[in-house]
Design a protein around this ligand. Structure first.
Ligand SMILES: [Zn+2]
Length: 85
């Protein structure tokens, strides 16, 4: 499971004569995520992108489940108060 954002890095390598000098930067997939309040970046291999996407989807799915359970918790608490009055 992963929590972060899949992004694409564009950079110029600085080598003279490279295609990036002509305005076509190198692109590499990367994962940005937050750790201890700081945004961090992990560059990914092309083969890792699908795996990372799936892991991010698992996190979103799990988070949606947790939020639904939390709403049920509030609803249960409210219902109990309503019943005791
Ligand atoms: Zn280059």
């Amino acid at each position: 499971m992963l929590h972060g954002t899949l992004t694409t890095f564009r950079r110029r390598c600085g080598k003279p004569g490279c295609r990036c000098v002509g305005g076509e930067p190198h692109e590499s997939p990367a994962l940005t995520y937050t750790e201890d309040g700081r945004t961090k970046t992990l560059t990914l291999g092309a083969a890792e992108v699908a795996e990372v996407k799936a892991a991010l989807a698992r996190f979103e799915s799990a988070r949606a489940d947790l939020e639904a359970q939390a709403r049920e918790g509030v609803a249960a608490l409210r219902a109990r108060r309503g019943a005791s009055k």
